[in-house]
Design a protein around this ligand. Sequence first.
Ligand code: PLP
Length: 416
Amino acid sequence: MNASFEPGRDFAVALDRGDPLGRFRDEFHIPRSETGEEEIYFAGNSLGLLPKRTRRYVDAELEKWSRLAVKAHFSGENPWMPYHELLAEPMARLVGGSPTEVVTMNSLTVNLHLMMASFYRPTRERHRILLEDRAFPSDDYALESQARFHGLDPTEALLRVQPADVARVLEREGPSIALVLLPGVQYYSGQAFDIEAITQLAHAKGCIVGFDLAHAAGNLVLRLHDWNVDFAVWCTYKYLNSGPGSVGGCFVHERHGMRQDLPRLAGWWGHDKESRFRMEPGFQPIPGAEGWQLSNPPILSLAAIRASLDVFMEAGGMQPLREKSLRLTGYLDWLLQREISASVEILTPKNPGQRGCQLSFRIKSSVPGRTVLEKLEASGVTCDWREPDVIRVAPVPLYNRFDEVHRFVEILKKAL
Ligand SMILES: Cc1ncc(COP(=O)(O)O)c(C=O)c1O
């Protein structure tokens, strides 16, 4: 090891020792390499780790299924009929909404379509959708298909803009924009958008504003209700540690959620709870976000989300996690600059207020980026690669340590 690097390691170990959230690492299964050592897992922005308690929560539902079968919908501990309601309070706390504004259902892209069925109502004057130039492909496809669905030409209806141009384009094109759909945190660059300011600006121009919070939920402190966001959608398998393909989240601001007259795509799980099982025609939406549910939800997946949300609540919610995250990612940034600034170009904003825990960087070394990634993986690091030459790393405050950040930079330095 490089001698000049040694004090950094002591510093990292001391930070871990003084970390009040450090004990939460033991709540997770940390993947191990073939030699049995714990990996440096910096891919929580892609798939969060498995909380140890998840097995117990899922097993409890399997046990009910075996013992009670269909009766478990209405009897036993935590009956399945209202099971999703158990998630409303903690999920609402994580995104800054009230429990009636938040529902856990479907998956992100499905929820995006459901939201657009209600909130993208193009007219002759106001029909365009403002999105970012490098939107996550699923969002891009969803928005394009919505434009086509309404008989519009996507090349004209979709306004793809650079993040830096959002305010200017809103100012200039506002009256023709029906919907603004942006990410909370950009998946590729890790840039955090100013949700409150964008919402204010877009509302001043008469637009509806929705956010894709795939990379923001469980990463940033969010106040969706106070920021007046119209709707938001997110997945739970990244920072919310609920397992591959798990059920997503959806926020509908109460000023819309309490309206019964909004057009929507309906299903029986969104129908008035009192009369649902009378099985009669005539859809009456449940007031709030629950009224957008379609189907009875997958309980095993909801059980896994509940387990993860309980860990978040025990950690004190997003505020303390964000405080640690700022220090953890700040430390990573500082080490990258100090040790290898000539070999990496950090694409994520420098300002901690404009990013979450993820840093994305381009490899500038004579060693090809792919080779660097392979060397990282061979040394027990799991991170994420994006074509053509970008590595994304996300030290997650719930289970990553300062010492891992230090070891990561040391390994990266060698690989370069
Ligand atoms: C930013 C973003 N939006 C949308 C999606 C699509 O999510 P889903 O497959 O759950 O619909 C993802 C998935 O990784 C994502 O990262």
